[in-house]
Structure formats: structure tokens, C-alpha cells
Design a protein around this ligand. Structure first.
Ligand SMILES: *[C@@H]1O[C@H](CO)[C@@H](O)[C@H](O)[C@H]1NC(C)=O
Ligand SMILES: *[C@@H]1O[C@H](CO)[C@@H](O)[C@H](O)[C@H]1NC(C)=O
Ligand SMILES: *[C@@H]1O[C@H](CO)[C@@H](O)[C@H](O)[C@H]1NC(C)=O
Ligand SMILES: *[C@@H]1O[C@H](CO)[C@@H](O)[C@H](O)[C@H]1NC(C)=O
Ligand SMILES: *[C@@H]1O[C@H](CO)[C@@H](O)[C@H](O)[C@H]1NC(C)=O
Ligand SMILES: *[C@@H]1O[C@H](CO)[C@@H](O)[C@H](O)[C@H]1NC(C)=O
Ligand SMILES: *[C@@H]1O[C@H](CO)[C@@H](O)[C@H](O)[C@H]1NC(C)=O
Ligand SMILES: *[C@@H]1O[C@H](CO)[C@@H](O)[C@H](O)[C@H]1NC(C)=O
Ligand SMILES: *[C@@H]1O[C@H](CO)[C@@H](O)[C@H](O)[C@H]1NC(C)=O
Ligand SMILES: *[C@@H]1O[C@H](CO)[C@@H](O)[C@H](O)[C@H]1NC(C)=O
Ligand SMILES: *[C@@H]1O[C@H](CO)[C@@H](O)[C@H](O)[C@H]1NC(C)=O
Ligand SMILES: *[C@@H]1O[C@H](CO)[C@@H](O)[C@H](O)[C@H]1NC(C)=O
Length: 602
């Protein structure tokens, strides 16, 4: 009698063990999937603002296709360029570990995919990242219409969100609309050496909605008349069930403007930014800079009989500027069709949220400064030892008009933008990464990007504005070379030379820890004490306060060449960029492999 249970137990143990082995196998092997897409990029005719217009778009869709992957998957995208323009695509926020070749910025990681049939296959792994990212063109102004969401869910089958599972989710991509070719807008800006024309409207999921200085008149009129079908063609609409919680995946794909986002009579709990989990942060306003994403839970807890606008409005950070715009989408509650009372209620005018003042920098700064990172087992923690410290000043300035700038005012000069007084010049013969790989940077780039600004001055004082001795920038294609695994701290310091403005600075190839931010000039003695070294947020794009600074830290554990630039497209072609060159490490898993066979060359 005594032995039987024992045998039984052994058998059960053996079965349990086999099950466990299978489970481990399943967890480790069975789940990494290959997510494959083909992007045909070409002309698409769309109706907006009462006119038909040709835009560049992917697979005839605007916004472009959503890429959905899980942590651990491999993403493969075959891009076929049928458009009339040079093209490259960036997978914004993807770390691209050991796959710098697939990063995408034109002339930095690759030469463009040539028009009329050029192809390139981007191949990369998504590992250790979860949340909302996006993809966009990284050449000229094409990203105005060539963009889409890139969503990474926790690994199957066991991964889960570090917050209660939402009932549903919605992707909300905010953008800007020009009623003319964006390539022409950029070309004109470069020829005149002046800023590009403003967009004529904002968009939510590619639709213009109501608002926007009268530009959204069609949607507004349709909404007023309760012509649901007509309104839906102009305005994005989200329907929710009362009492449920939804995950909003908000992406700012606008070219040049930061945005405030609100939903009337609803509030949010922010749970992630730039696909890095945050501590839950409760707010009724989301502030989001071009390049950034926010994952926010929204409980559908308002009166279900009414309709509510969600609204995006420009946050204008440029000192004394007056331009602003607003657009809307509609939030409605699922109604019982037989409930005629609530149908009548729903026919009332939708409620509009009260938006912050368009120049409310205090609200913007408070949002950005309130986010902290969620501490999780196994997630990266902030490096406490720093090998290299840099102070990088940046903003706008001027250069003498170049001969090619045929429409440039020679008395005034051309707008230029710079970091540490170097206005970044994109190479023309070969990409930075290809030159790096060949070990032959001569004639393509130099390794003398300075660790500090060449001249110290009162960076953010109004008295520096239009000071001619500070205004002129030098030009160059300079990189900062980093040893593999070096830890780097960068103080990003805005200047006020042509007016103070909040610049969203985006680093490719890494998430960085955002330790502190503030207004005025960074002061090591006073501000180091304010560093959050416990649970700082991680991001790939930091909105550096207007007339202020932000401090970031990262570990250079990803070999390749990585651009760091302002994500306002009005500033990038004028040179608000620099690049890090990260050397290979000592072990095979720290060496950048050679480029793929179809790598585009110039
Ligand atoms: C695409 O549109 C551009 C601009 O309207 C036009 O010049 C070009 O011919 C079009 N290309 C094709 C293949 O339709
Ligand atoms: C991506 O993951 C696959 C499978 O684990 C691996 O074979 C491949 O080398 C990885 N690619 C890169 C660029 O790391
Ligand atoms: C574009 O929009 C602006 C502002 O609404 C308007 O003045 C202009 O005429 C429009 N241009 C075209 C080509 O429709
Ligand atoms: C930019 O705006 C100016 C002034 O409204 C207009 O004359 C010009 O044609 C616009 N440029 C482009 C490329 O649309
Ligand atoms: C919406 O919010 C406003 C302002 O807080 C409030 O006055 C109004 O009663 C709310 N409406 C509904 C339907 O909840
Ligand atoms: C915001 O703009 C308004 C109206 O243009 C102006 O009166 C106010 O001073 C501005 N506020 C800030 C903080 O610049
Ligand atoms: C050129 O710039 C100067 C200095 O800013 C200005 O006074 C002049 O009016 C401009 N000329 C033209 C034609 O816009
Ligand atoms: C311009 O800046 C330089 C360098 O800081 C300074 O020496 C000079 O006094 C400033 N000029 C004016 C007019 O403020
Ligand atoms: C930047 O460099 C230019 C050219 O060397 C010089 O004239 C200017 O004073 C410098 N500006 C700053 C802010 O360092
Ligand atoms: C990189 O740094 C990490 C953390 O400091 C360390 O564990 C690792 O061994 C380093 N790798 C190399 C190749 O130096
Ligand atoms: C903004 O306006 C104020 C008050 O008119 C002025 O003192 C300041 O110089 C202006 N700033 C810029 C960057 O134009
Ligand atoms: C397109 O790219 C090629 C190769 O880099 C370059 O020679 C050409 O000038 C580019 N065309 C435009 C319009 O930028």
C-alpha cells in the first residue's frame, strides 16, 4: 500500500516535468513570430478640405498600414518605391540592436530607395520593447503623409500589461495637413532660406474633423446637421461601451507642432510613453511632441446619452508666435437602438473640451515633468556611473545664403539650425553608416563634434535674441564617437538666438533616461540635485522646455551610427542634428553585421 502512492507520485512528477519542458520550449521557441509586410509607396488621390489632392502614401491607405507585433518578434517590411521621390522609412523608437542598416534616416543609415521601382527590405527584431511606436518616411517632408502605427504587445502567451487589461483599444494618430505638395513646401523653404509654410489643418487618423481656423468647415457643418455619414467621412469616430476602459495609443505624427489632446468630460491614466511603461499618471490633458507616443487608459464613465469631442490643438512654444489650430474627432457611446430617449439626447451638439491656452507652457512642462518610469524586474535601470558628459546647445541661427538658395534674402541670410554651433550637413556621396562600416569616413564625416558649445553665453536670455555675433552658425558633418558600452550624459540646452522654442529631440538606436528638465540655463551645481536617479522615465524623444534644458543618459551598447535630431521637420533640413558613432564591442554579440545584400547605395 505504501509504495503505490509513491509510484503514482513519481509518474505524476514525470508527467509534470515533461509538461514543464514543453511549456518552456513553447515559451522560448514557439512564440517569436515573423511579422511580414509589403509597402507599395506611391501616389494616392484623396479628398480633403473640399478638394482632390495627390499625396504619397503606403498601399493606398492614409494613415498607412498598422504593424502589429509582439515582444520578441522579427519584423520584415519589403518597401517598393513607386513614388516620384527618393524614399526611406524609419521605425521610430525601435532600438535596432545590431540592425543599424534598417534604421532608415536618409544619408545617415542608408542612401534613399530610388523612385519608380527601387526596393529595400527592412528587417529587425523587436526585443524588450512593449507599447506604441510608429513608422514614418525619413527623407524630405514625406513623413507628412507616409506614416502608420507600430504596436508591440507583450510576448505571447504569458506576457501581460502591467495594468488591468483594457476592454478595447484605439490608435489615435495626430497629424498635419498641407493643401499642396509637401515636397514643394520643403523645396521652397530651402530655396528661400526661410521657415516652411504652415500646414492648413490638423488631422486625427488622417481626417480633418472640425476646427482648424475654419478649414474643417465641412465636418463641422455635417456634424451640426447630424448628417452622420457625411461627418464620418471627414471626422474620425470612436464608439465605446459605458463603464468600459479603453487603451488609447496616441501618436504625434505632426511635422512641426506639439499638441494638447483632450476628450470632453473624460480623463486619462497615462501608462506608457514612447513604448516605455510609466507609473500610472492621472490627467485630463495629454501633451505630446512630434515623434512621441502616449499610451493612456480612458474609462468611458461620462453620461452615455451625449456625444463628446476629442480635440487636438497646437501647443505653440515659440516666443511671441500667434499661430494655432485645433481639430476634433467624435466619441460616442454604444446605444440601445430601441432607446429613443437616448437617441434624441445623442442628437444634441457634441460637447467640446476646454483646451489649454495655445501657449500654455506651464501645462506642457507639468505634463512632461510628471512622468516617472515603472520599475520592473529585468528592465534596464539608469546608469549611475557616467563616462562621458556633454553639454549640447541647440536652436536656430543664420548662415549666409548659399548660391543654390536662389530665392534667399542676401541681407538677412538663410535660416540655419545647429547643435553646439554646428549646422549638420547631410552627406551626399555615401551614408554615414556605410562610411563607418568601410572604416573610411574621410570626405563623408569628421569625428570632432564638440562636447561643449564653443562659446559660453547666456543661452536663454531675450538679450541673445538677434545678437549678430552669436547668430551665425558653422556647418559640418561631425559625429561624436563612443566606445561600446560607454555611458553618456547629455545636457540638452535650448538657446534663444532666433527665439526660444520647445524642441523635441529624438535619439535613434536607444531609449534614454530623462533625468531632469527646467527653464533657464542649466547649472550643474543647482540642477544635479534635481536628477531622478531612481525611477526616471525612459523615452526616445524628449521635449526640451522652451528657453530651458533637459538631461538625458544612455548606455552606448548598440554599435552603428545614430542620428540625434530635432523632430520638428521645419528644423531638420536646416541642420538641427548631430550623430553618434558607436564602435563595435569586444564580443561577437556586440559587432554590427555587414549590410544586407539589397542595401541601397548612392
Ligand atoms: C504622382 O504624382 C505626382 C505629383 O502630382 C506626379 O508628378 C506624378 O506623375 C505622379 N506619378 C504617377 C506614377 O502617377
Ligand atoms: C533576430 O532574431 C533572430 C531569431 O532570434 C536571430 O536569428 C537574428 O540574428 C536576430 N537579428 C538581429 C538583427 O539581431
Ligand atoms: C490652401 O489653404 C489656404 C488657407 O486655407 C488657402 O488660402 C489656399 O488658397 C489653399 N490653396 C489651395 C491650393 O487650395
Ligand atoms: C507658401 O505660402 C505662400 C504665401 O501664402 C504662397 O505664395 C506659396 O505658394 C506657398 N508655397 C507652397 C509651396 O505652397
Ligand atoms: C461635462 O463637463 C462639464 C464641465 O465639467 C459639466 O458642466 C457637464 O455637466 C458635463 N456634462 C456631462 C454630460 O457629463
Ligand atoms: C499667450 O498668448 C496670449 C495672447 O496672444 C498673450 O496675451 C499671453 O501673454 C501669452 N502667454 C504667454 C505665457 O506667453
Ligand atoms: C531682406 O531682409 C532685410 C533684413 O531682415 C529686410 O530689411 C528686407 O526687407 C528683406 N528684403 C526683402 C525683399 O524681403
Ligand atoms: C552678443 O553676445 C556676445 C557674446 O556673449 C556678447 O559679448 C555681446 O555683448 C552681445 N551683444 C549684445 C549687443 O548684447
Ligand atoms: C558659431 O560659429 C560662427 C562661425 O565660426 C561664429 O561666428 C559664431 O559666433 C559662433 N556662434 C556661437 C553661438 O558659438
Ligand atoms: C557592458 O556593461 C554592462 C553593465 O555595466 C556589463 O555588464 C557588460 O559586461 C559590459 N559589456 C562589455 C562587453 O563591456
Ligand atoms: C517677445 O515679446 C517681448 C515683449 O514684446 C519682447 O521683449 C521679446 O523680445 C520678444 N521675444 C522674441 C523672441 O521676439
Ligand atoms: C535622390 O538620391 C540620389 C542618390 O543619393 C541623389 O543623387 C539625388 O540627388 C536625390 N534626388 C533628390 C531629388 O534629392
Amino acid at each position: 500500500m505504501a509504495r503505490l502512492p509513491c509510484t503514482c507520485t513519481n509518474l505524476h512528477l514525470a508527467i509534470a516535468f515533461l509538461c514543464l519542458l514543453n511549456l518552456i520550449n513553447y515559451l522560448l521557441l514557439a512564440d517569436a513570430a515573423i511579422v511580414e509586410h509589403t509597402f507599395h509607396v506611391g501616389n494616392l488621390s484623396v479628398q480633403r478640405l473640399g478638394q482632390s489632392q495627390v499625396i504619397t502614401a503606403v498601399n493606398g491607405q492614409f494613415p498607412g498600414p498598422k504593424i502589429e507585433a509582439r515582444d520578441g518578434d522579427t519584423v520584415v517590411v519589403h518597401v517598393v518605391n513607386l513614388s516620384p521621390y527618393n524614399l526611406s522609412i524609419h521605425w521610430h523608437g525601435i532600438l535596432q540592436r545590431l540592425s543599424s542598416w534598417a534604421d532608415g534616416p536618409n544619408m545617415v543609415s542608408q542612401c534613399p530607395i530610388r523612385p519608380a521601382g527601387g526596393t529595400y527590405t527592412y528587417r529587425f527584431n523587436v526585443t524588450g520593447q512593449e507599447g506604441t511606436l510608429w513608422w514614418h518616411a525619413h527623407v524630405s517632408f514625406l513623413r507628412a503623409t507616409v506614416y502608420g502605427a507600430l504596436i508591440i504587445r507583450p510576448a505571447a502567451p504569458r506576457g501581460r500589461y502591467p495594468f488591468p487589461r483594457p476592454h478595447g483599444e484605439a490608435t489615435i494618430i495626430l497629424g498635419e495637413w498641407w493643401n499642396t505638395s509637401v515636397v514643394d513646401v520643403e523645396r521652397q523653404a530651402l530655396l528661400t532660406g526661410a521657415g516652411p509654410n504652415n500646414s492648413v489643418a490638423l488631422t486625427i487618423n488622417g481626417l480633418i474633423g472640425a476646427g482648424g481656423g475654419g478649414c474643417g468647415a465641412a465636418a463641422a457643418a455635417a456634424a451640426e446637421n447630424n448628417n452622420a455619414a457625411a461627418a464620418a467621412a471627414h471626422q474620425y469616430q470612436l464608439t465605446v461601451e459605458p463603464g468600459r476602459t479603453y487603451l488609447l495609443r496616441i501618436i504625434n505624427a505632426a511635422l512641426n507642432y506639439q499638441l494638447f489632446f483632450k476628450v470632453a468630460n473624460h480623463s486619462f491614466t497615462v501608462v506608457a510613453a514612447d513604448a516605455c511603461y510609466t507609473d500610472p499618471y492621472h490627467t485630463d490633458v495629454i501633451v505630446i511632441a512630434p515623434g512621441q507616443t502616449v499610451d493612456a487608459l480612458m474609462r468611458a464613465d461620462a453620461h452615455p446619452g451625449r456625444r463628446y469631442y476629442m480635440a487636438a490643438q497646437v501647443y505653440q512654444s515659440l516666443a511671441n508666435a500667434t499661430y494655432s489650430a485645433t481639430t476634433t474627432a467624435l466619441l460616442t457611446y454604444l446605444q440601445d437602438a430601441s432607446d429613443s430617449h437616448s437617441r434624441q439626447e445623442q442628437e444634441q451638439q457634441a460637447l467640446m473640451p476646454t483646451m489649454p491656452a495655445f501657449n500654455d507652457s506651464a501645462t506642457a512642462q507639468s505634463f512632461y515633468a510628471s512622468l516617472t518610469g515603472l520599475l520592473q524586474d529585468g528592465a534596464p535601470t539608469v546608469p549611475l556611473h557616467v563616462d562621458t558628459r556633454m553639454l549640447v546647445t541647440f536652436g536656430l541661427g543664420v548662415t549666409p545664403c548659399a548660391p543654390a538658395q536662389t530665392l534667399c534674402n542676401r541681407t538677412r541670410g538663410s535660416v540655419a539650425a545647429s547643435m553646439n554651433n554646428v549646422s549638420f550637413q547631410f552627406p551626399t556621396a555615401m551614408s554615414l553608416l556605410e562610411a563607418h562600416m568601410r572604416g573610411a569616413p574621410d570626405g563623408v564625416y569628421t569625428r570632432d563634434f564638440p562636447d561643449r558649445p564653443p562659446v559660453m553665453f547666456d543661452f536663454t536670455s531675450d538679450s541673445t535674441t538677434a545678437n549678430r555675433s552669436l547668430m551665425f552658425t558653422s556647418k559640418g558633418t561631425k559625429v561624436k564617437t563612443l566606445r561600446y558600452n560607454e555611458t553618456v550624459e547629455v545636457v540638452l540646452q535650448n538657446t534663444a538666438i532666433l527665439g526660444a522654442e520647445n524642441h523635441p529631440v529624438h535619439l535613434h538606436g536607444f531609449n534614454f533616461f530623462s533625468l531632469a528638465q527646467g527653464t533657464g540655463n542649466f547649472n550643474a551645481h543647482r540642477h544635479v540635485r534635481a536628477y531622478n536617479l531612481v525611477n526616471p522615465q525612459q523615452r526616445n524623444t524628449v521635449a526640451v522646455p522652451t528657453g530651458g534644458w533637459a538631461v538625458i543618459r544612455f548606455t552606448a551598447d548598440n554599435p552603428g551610427v545614430w542620428i540625434m535630431h530635432c523632430h520638428l521637420d521645419a528644423h531638420l533640413p536646416f541642420g538641427l542634428a548631430m550623430a553618434f558613432e558607436v564602435d563595435d564591442g569586444p564580443t561577437p554579440d556586440a559587432v554590427l553585421p555587414p549590410p544586407p545584400p539589397d542595401y541601397p547605395r548612392c
